[in-house]
Design a protein around this ligand. Structure first.
Ligand code: NAD
Length: 256
């Protein structure tokens, strides 16, 4: 359970990459807060080793309403389909563009295929997820909220992250640019920048992340997906009505 006091009853929230990790925690958080949740992911099965029920089933088991729509966010027509599917539930009120992939590669080793795959999901997926959700909100006269998943690597270079970091830097400026243009439609666009979070974004990363904190410095531990949930709920809530184009850093101080 999250701790933020936000009520999303009657609202429909689309979360991309909601089957696993951060997206799963965010999707179940919105479900607990009363929203109808649509998980748009390439796979229904969670990658996390400690859970087995697909996110929509887990939300329903907790008394919520949820659906899964198989979606590859790197293909805008598939994003359009999930936004269309959301209309069956009243239409998207909150769009969380969270799906992301990472390939651990030295700068000198990144091949065009790696670059395209990572940009396709992380930046193209977030760009068109923001644009298509906003178009749908405007068409329906809804003043909705969009929350994108960035990363501390958007502003801080790390070895083996060049192509990934470039996508997240793009997500930062996309968030600000879209916020600027969508403000007159009453649509807010913000981002959450996680630090190192123990997920299976690449195989073995959650075990590697558990080593964080062994030496002095910040963060003193790896984050968990649950550490991120309330930031997304806040940015999507009425309480954040005067917040747009902003990035909330949830990184245990990593960016300090
Ligand atoms: P994860 O792998 O646990 O979850 C990502 C989800 O996205 C998976 O369910 C996966 O199936 C889905 N996905 C992958 N490609 C997709 C596609 N083409 N279309 C739709 N869904 C797709 O990873 P995570 O750590 O929870 O990552 C979530 C977001 O957080 C990503 O944007 C990632 O870049 C970001 N992030 C993660 C960390 C970290 O340390 N884990 C740090 C900073 C930012």
């Amino acid at each position: 359970m999250g701790t933020i006091d936000a009520d999303f009853a009657g609202e429909t929230v689309v979360v991309t990459g909601g089957s696993s990790g951060i997206g799963r925690a965010v999707a179940t958080g919105f479900g607990d807060a009363g929203a109808t949740v649509i998980n748009a992911d390439v796979r229904a099965e969670p990658k996390d080793p400690d859970v087995d029920a697909p996110t929509h089933e887990a939300i329903e088991e907790r008394g919520g309403t949820a659906a899964f729509v198989e979606t590859d966010v790197s293909e805008p027509t598939e994003i359009a389909s999930v936004i269309e599917a959301a209309r069956e539930f009243g239409g998207v009120d909150v769009m969380v563009n969270n799906a992301g992939i990472h390939r651990d590669l030295a700068f000198l080793e990144v091949a065009p295929e790696d670059f395209d795959a990572v940009h396709g999901v992380n930046l193209r997926g977030t760009f068109f997820g923001t644009q298509l959700a906003a178009r749908d909100m405007i068409e329906r006269g809804v003043e909705g909220a969009i929350v994108n998943t960035s990363s501390t690597t958007a502003e801080r270079a790390e070895p083996n992250h060049s192509h990934y970091a470039a996508t997240k830097g793009g997500v930062q400026m996309l968030t600000r640019s879209a916020a600027l243009e969508l403000d007159r439609h009453g649509i807010r666009v913000n981002a959450v920048a996680p630090g190192p979070i123990a997920t299976e974004i690449r195989e073995g990363w959650s075990a590697e992340a558990s080593e964080i904190g062994a030496s002095d410095g910040l963060p003193s531990r790896a984050g968990t997906p649950a550490d991120l949930r309330d930031a997304y709920l806040f940015l999507a809530s009425e309480g954040a009505d005067y917040v747009t184009g902003e990035t909330v850093w949830v990184d245990g101080g990593a960016s300090l």
